[in-house]
Design a protein. Structure first.
Lengths: 956, 517
């Protein structure tokens, strides 16, 4: 293993199809029109010296090292900003150029510390490399002039000098080492789109500045790290590099946070991670990352990580540390006993959307083949199960239709119930980039998310609807499209069921679906709905991106189908720049669904009652499979309380914190006789567990994740598992204890089995992934390299299906007792239940969950910013600090559930999607009142958390 | 009713024109005289400001250097009828400094009421635009190309070719931008046009907009010109009211309007790409070229960025024909150049004349030599980044190519004269210091080099390692000249190198005292 070094071409690739041939240093080279001379030279193998150029940013032309001479042209143009022309003859090294380069380097070094040996960038400093490249041998300027290097000059304070800014927990900013190449500023603008950085001062005074001379932590910086990655010197450096030193080898792997699926180079020194650097060839992220993926990996080594198996008789006992053998035997014995006593279907599993495809596959296989039932479910139940259902109904596949790159060709972006800049930040940045290029934007969200208005971005329409009225709004959009003759009839006639379309068109045309009627229930002005509909239908290539704000409703599946209707009616499917794109939450939630985690579906979305499919598995696994769908997660809880469901193997999911109506979940878990939790930490669910199997982090195992665009990517082991085993190995041990003869020696063998048994994965193998980097399923004989855009010729199911989407208001209504609507969401720095991010410095950005409420509602209740407030619903009550903001509309309050002690899900109810039981997290009627502090439940829970986490010491 | 002209030009205001005006009004009221005050621009005979003129049947009679205290005696002398007075310079039109000029661009400056559109038309204004509408956009560009007009901002790029490039660039929108960020020391021609005849600029921009297919123009005016802003604002308003700007310019069906934008005090924003950045609301830093603003300019649209003088000359070219304009000048420098004569000079002012006079004629014959009466030692041509030219090169004709031949430039036409007391090492230092203060900080040679240049010259002056520091300074000049991104860093070496070349002794004073004694 060596350090994966990526070639820096200096300027981005040109997109033209036309080719240009030119001569560089006597050698001919042919490149795309629009390519810079610098890039053409690199393609030829010639590196022209450079400092301000890097291929992730547009050419800037400031460092003046890359000057060249061109026959027949006056002067010495910069090769980064000069495009190639046919027949051009370029010289990259002449006496004049050498003199200029040395002169420029001499100037650089005359204002730079000479502490190379002790500098954190030593060995990875472009300034150092360039000084070598241009042959700088002497700096003749005396070191007593104006400088940014020394705090004092001539015995007085040097006001050019600025102290280091160490406010950010992950990186430092040392202004004395800045060469003002602007790469950080440009990265913040062009790549991340936050515009937090600028250059302060001009001329010699120029220096990078977050905001108006603020510290990084006080500025608008979102700590994505693009600036650190772009910095060619030690000016912006990861604190880990300062602490450890330069890495010596690296592995390409995939981030374990959100569904974007960024790939990273894990740069290592031995088994120690030095830093995570987003991989330029990563097709989901193209070299960009967010604060979580790049910096928040420290949880893997956190002191609260449990590395030994533990068991206990009762959940109220302290934990006992035991050997793996003992823990596995204990678990297997208890499960066997439960099945003997309560029947085959009294146990089940919850697969993890955080674990690999291979691991998920094994867990569902364990319940189907080992426990002999189909009681398997996954956290997609509580997030995107309506997507799977709805899109399958409409198109015939349970997944998004596009790749992320498709957004580059989009003219109109319609975002419904998603907050990409917080929840899918790297894709959010791509979207913002496209918006800055001129794409139009419609946001449908009760809250003013950052996309609505942030630097250089503004939504054309923000439909700030009342939570719970998605279906009405989307149907009203369809009403306008149909009534105003904006339907793409040719598309619909060719690709969709025409009769169904006509029924649908008649339905949406009804007056009760008009914007004017819908305004009354949604609160969105009819004129805005009409204008947004026209823009979506006529603005060019239009793409819909949606998230949990669509699915986590009692009509989640209906909205998904309404969205599909909209896209079909306007012909926005089957090509680049369009489509229906669910922004899936967890790193492998797509994969866990693909792998047969649902109780009714075998891998590849084949119903358990499908004889042929079931038979193929029976044959492969050598067992007979139950042909009845098993229990969904909420059914498991209900059955547990009813005394029929007694044993649960829960891998990598914290259902207690993440599932709605916490009191109900807690009662269900308490009623079980054996709860096996497999996780990195003693999570909240583990309070009720009897067996704790320590899991491995994504850095400690091999496997694959599938991201929101159906892209299957490798994760690679970069350190030995602290707990001793990869999660797939632990499931295999459990299976063996159940008498199953599993002998997988490496995860690739599991993937081979998946490929053998799942038609859409037929051509997937580790060899293939190593060769091409990643593939988007379906990957089989008809699309051997995968399928970035789906439904190009026609829909997978045949004719696209229009479904009537009748708006049925949720039962969760406001009234005198609960006059406000609570909706929940995410924040950039924290991830999901926070099990990982809370154990990193990310908590500096978001130390607690707060309740956002409108000034009007706050005023009515005498609540001031920062006060404790009690949030009461039909289900329960909690207390949080209030944040008074007009981000939310009057009547709507908002919080996140990243922190276990806030217990936001104590107030959410057990309402759920009619089709898939996806919980209605997004709508809860609540009342808010001032409070003195945490509620009794929160206090009790805090005590429980402490007592349930006791581990017996060896002496006991 | 007698017309009395009291200039509103800043050069006149700076020496008390406003107080003189108040005194005249007061005195006239006291004496029961009814007069009509006209606030004209300046004639450009700046050493005579405030120059009050009175209209008489024989012509306009001028009274120079009028102070408020002179006013009663002027009335006593019957100045309203052109009466004799020690301050009288006689008929202004016959003053040699005026009479010998060839005024094309400055035809009306100092003569008319700058914000009176009727006065403008009465003096031939508007004919260029009328002609443009008559012949159509393509012919307009042809005419401008034929005139040989080159960009008057300093670079001297042929205006017709620039206009054609923009007109031919495919785009949904195009723009005309006037560069009115006149920052060169010793230059004031743009200001005088804008304060003395703003309609000619408006007309020129409209002609350009019509030719290239732009419906919007901007004037990017430096913040240090508040009087210009005032006059321009009045003129733009008057033009809009009269239908010279707006959705249907003078009934032609062509829509064009102009917005005045004020800069924020950065010299570098006179560089066209930083100007565009600033106009777009960004920090004023230089953009790399290519792409040229003619292809990717304001808001990424093809844009003509021209100096005030360039655009203000277009109406005359259209009205009188490209050939008429091209009939003036020498070689590739066609037409006239409004010279701005400043510094230590007897007759400082604006002097419009065809290209081709020698530098010596300009400095000695027109300018009258130094004000101090001492010998001329150097003339800096083309602003703070222009070369210092010694009297030994005074036979150089004033044209772009002739100046370029010995590494100097005519720039925007500013000439600053120094007598023999000047320390040329300090003047070289000033060039670097100016660059250090005004550098945008984008490119390394200019950002760091200018500061190091000042320090190195200081070392030389102090007598520290003089020869090796002079070598270092020469190397630095080479790096800046060929390595800088724009003309600011690229031209900062010109004053330094010319001083080193022509006045080497001034750099070695510290090491020479023994020899001198």
């Amino acid at each position: 293993m060596t350090l994966v070094k990526e070639i820096d071409y200096g300027t981005p690739a040109a997109k033209s199809d036309r080719q240009v041939t030119l001569t560089i240093d006597g050698q001919q080279v042919t490149v795309s029109e629009g390519t810079s001379i610098m890039r053409a030279a690199v393609e030829l193998g010639t590196e022209i010296p450079k400092l301000c150029a890097t291929d992730t940013l547009k050419a800037f032309g400031s460092c003046r090292l890359c000057v060249v001479e061109i026959d027949g042209r006056f002067g010495t143009p910069a090769s980064c900003t000069t495009p190639v022309l046919p027949g051009m003859s370029v010289h990259t090294q002449t006496p004049r150029l050498k003199a200029i380069r040395r002169g420029v380097m001499e100037l650089y070094i005359s204002d730079h510390p000479l502490d190379c040996l002790t500098c954190a960038a030593n060995g990875d400093c472009e300034l150092q490399t360039m000084a070598g490249a241009v042959g700088l041998r002497d700096v003749r300027y005396v070191y007593d002039g104006a400088n940014h290097v020394f705090a004092r000059k001539d015995g007085k304070a040097n006001f050019e000098w600025k102290p280091k800014d160490e406010s950010n927990p992950y990186f430092t900013y040392d202004p004395s080492k800045c060469i003002v190449c602007n790469r950080c500023v440009r990265a913040c603008e062009e790549v991340q789109g936050t515009f937090a950085l600028t250059i302060d001062g001009r001329g010699f005074d120029s220096r990078v500045s977050p905001g108006a001379d603020e510290a990084f932590m006080e500025s608008e910086c979102v700590s994505c790290g693009a600036c650190v990655q772009a910095c060619p010197t030690a000016t912006l450096t990861e604190k880990s590099v300062i602490a450890i030193g330069q890495p010596e080898h690296s592995e390409v792997t995939t981030c374990a946070y959100c569904g974007v699926g960024c790939t990273f180079k894990a740069e290592m020194r031995g088994e120690e991670i030095v830093r995570m650097v987003p991989w330029k060839d990563g097709k989901a992220n193209h070299g960009h990352s967010c604060i979580k993926g790049r910096f928040a990996y420290g949880y893997a080594l956190h002191k609260e990580r449990i590395t030994s198996p533990m068991i206990r008789d009762k959940a109220t006992d302290p934990w006992r540390v035991v050997s793996w053998d003992e823990a596995i035997a204990f678990a297997a014995d208890r499960f066997k006993a439960i099945q003997e006593k309560y029947g085959k279907r009294s146990v089940g599993v919850i697969t993890s959307s955080r674990c690999t495809n291979e691991e998920t596959y094994l867990v569902q296989k364990l319940t189907r083949a080992g426990f002999g039932n189909n009681n398997t479910d996954t956290c997609a139940r509580v997030c995107h199960s309506p997507t799977g259902y709805g899109l399958n109904q409409a198109f015939g596949t349970s997944a998004g239709t596009q790749d992320f790159d498709s957004v580059d060709d989009t003219d109109v972006i319609l975002v419904i119930g998603a907050n990409p800049t917080d929840a899918h930040p790297v894709f959010g940045s791509r979207m913002k980039k496209r918006l800055r290029e001129g794409a139009k934007l419609i946001v449908v969200d009760p809250r003013r998310i950052d996309l609505v208005r942030s630097p250089h971005i503004e939504a054309d329409y923000h439909l700030a609807l009342k939570p719970g009225t998605n279906v009405a709004i989307v149907t009203a959009l369809a009403h306008v499209i149909v009534k105003e003759g904006l339907v793409n009839e040719a598309f619909v006639r060719e690709r969709c069921d025409w009769d169904e379309f006509q029924d649908w068109a008649a339905f949406v045309s009804e007056e009760r679906n008009s914007p004017e009627e819908v305004e009354k229930l949604s609160g969105v002005p009819a004129a805005d709905i009409r204008a947004a509909a026209r823009l979506y239908a006529t603005g060019g290539r239009a793409a819909i991106y949606y998230g949990l704000g669509v699915t986590e409703h009692s009509q989640g599946s209906t909205t998904v189908m309404a969205i599909a209707n909209l896209a079909m009616a306007t012909g926005n499917l089957g090509r680049r720049g369009v489509g229906v794109n669910p922004l899936r939450g967890q790193n492998n939630v797509q994969g866990s669904c693909d792998m047969g985690s649902f109780p009714h579906e075998l891998p590849g979305y084949r119903h358990i009652s499908n004889e042929a499919a079931r038979h193929s598995f029976e044959e492969a696994w050598g067992v007979e499979l139950d042909n009845e769908p098993g229990l969904r997660i909420p059914n498991m809880f209900d059955a547990a309380i009813a005394g029929e469901f007694k044993g649960l193997y829960c891998q990598g999911e914290d259902i207690l914190q993440s599932d709605p109506d916490t009191k109900h979940v807690s009662a269900a878990l308490s009623a079980m006789e054996c709860v096996i939790v497999q996780d990195l930490f003693l999570n909240e669910t583990a309070h009720y567990a009897h067996v704790f199997l320590p899991g491995a982090s994504f850095l400690e195992k091999d496997g694959t994740f599938t991201n929101a665009e159906r892209r299957i990517q490798r994760i690679r082991k970069v350190m030995s598992p602290k707990n001793g085993y990869g999660d797939w190995e632990i499931t295999q041990m459990l299976a063996k204890a159940f008498g199953l003869d599993w002998n997988y020696s490496y995860p690739s063998e599991i993937m081979d089995e998946i490929a053998r048994l799942t038609p859409t994965f037929k051509n997937v193998s580790y060899a293939k992934l190593d060769e091409v980097g990643s593939v988007q399923w379906p990957c089989n004989d008809s699309s051997p390299e995968g399928m970035p855009i789906m439904h190009i010729e026609g829909f997978t199911r045949g004719k696209g299906k229009f479904v009537i989407t009748e708006y049925v208001p949720t039962d969760e209504k406001t009234g005198p007792r609960f006059p406000l609507l609570l909706t929940t969401g995410r924040i950039l720095s924290q991830y999901n239940v926070g099990a990982q991010t809370r154990r990193t410095e990310n908590s500096q950005w978001h130390p607690e969950d707060v309740l956002e409420m409108h000034p009007h509602d706050a005023e009515l209740r005498g609540v001031r910013d920062g006060d404790w407030v009690r949030i009461a619903s039909r289900a329960g009550e909690i207390t949080l600090h209030a944040k008074v903001t007009d981000r939310v509309a009057p009547g709507v309050v908002y919080t996140t559930f990243h922190h276990p002690l806030s217990q936001a899900n104590v107030v959410t109810t057990d309402n759920s999607d009619w089709a898939t039981n996806c919980p209605e997290y997004k709508v809860t009627a609540v009342q808010i009142s001032p409070s003195n502090g945490p509620t009794e439940w929160q206090e009790q829970y805090r005590e429980l958390s402490e007592s349930a986490r006791r581990i017996a010491t060896a002496a006991e | 009713m007698t017309k009395v002209y009291v200039p509103r030009d800043m050069a006149a205001l700076a020496v008390g024109a406003k107080r003189v005006l108040a005194a005249i009004e007061k005195e006239a009221a006291a004496r029961g005289e009814t007069i009509q005050i006209v606030r004209n621009g300046s004639r450009g005979l700046l050493w005579l400001e405030p120059l009050v003129e009175v209209e008489t049947p024989e012509g306009r009679i001028g009274y120079g250097n009028v102070k408020p205290s002179d006013v009663p005696s002027l009335f006593d002398a019957g100045f309203l009828k052109g009466g004799a007075h020690p301050l009288s310079i006689g008929k202004v039109d016959e003053h040699p400094y005026w009479a010998k000029q060839t005024r094309v661009t400055f035809e009306r400056v100092g003569i008319i009421d700058p914000v009176d559109l009727d006065d403008y038309v009465a003096h031939g204004g508007g004919q260029g635009l009328a002609k443009a509408f008559e012949i159509g956009p393509a012919k307009v560009i042809e005419e401008v190309t034929k005139s040989g007009l080159r960009g008057r901002g300093g670079a001297g790029f042929p205006a017709g070719i620039k206009w054609k490039t923009v007109a031919d660039a495919p785009a949904d929108r195009r723009y005309v931008v006037t560069n009115a960020d006149e920052g060169d020391s010793g230059t004031f021609a743009d200001r005088m046009v804008m304060e003395g005849d703003p309609f000619v600029l408006i007309e020129g921009m409209t002609i350009c907009g019509y030719a290239i297919g732009a419906s919007k123009g901007f004037i990017y005016l430096r913040a240090e010109y508040p009087q210009c802003a005032e006059v321009l604002t009045e003129a733009l308003e008057a033009a809009r009211e009269a239908g010279w700007l707006g959705p249907n310019v003078r009934g032609s069906g062509f829509a064009f309007d102009i917005e005045l934008r004020i800069g924020a005090g950065a010299y570098v924003c006179g560089e066209e790409t930083s100007l565009l950045e600033s106009l777009e609301g960004h920090r004023g830093i230089v953009r790399a070229k290519p792409p040229l603003p003619a292809h990717v300019g304001f808001m990424s649209r093809p844009t003509v960025v021209n100096n005030v003088l360039t655009l203000a000359t277009a109406p005359a070219i259209l009205a009188k024909g490209g050939e008429y304009y091209a009939s003036f000048g020498v070689g590739r420098s066609r037409g006239t150049m409004p010279l701005q004569i400043a510094g230590n000079v007897k007759y400082g002012g604006l002097y419009e004349t065809p290209f081709g006079l020698t530098l010596g004629e300009i400095v000695n014959d027109i300018g009258g030599g130094t004000l101090t009466g001492r010998p001329v030692r150097a003339v800096q041509c083309g602003g703070p980044l222009g070369a210092y030219v010694p009297p030994s090169l005074f036979d150089t004709p004033f044209d772009y190519e002739a100046f370029q031949k010995h590494d100097s430039l005519i720039g925007h036409g500013g000439l600053v004269v120094f007598d023999d007391t000047v320390d040329m090492a300090q003047m070289a230092r000033f060039g670097m210091e100016f660059c250090a203060i005004e550098s945008c900080g984008k490119c390394t040679p200019c950002r760091i080099g200018s500061t190091r240049g000042v320090e190195t010259i200081d070392k030389i002056v102090e007598g520290v390692d003089v020869e090796s520091n002079i070598e270092l300074l020469s190397d630095l000049c080479h790096t800046m000249k060929f390595g800088s991104l724009c003309a600011l860093g690229g031209f900062a070496p010109y004053p330094v190198e010319s001083a080193l070349r022509h006045y080497p002794e001034d750099f070695r004073k510290a090491t020479l005292p023994a020899a001198a004694e």
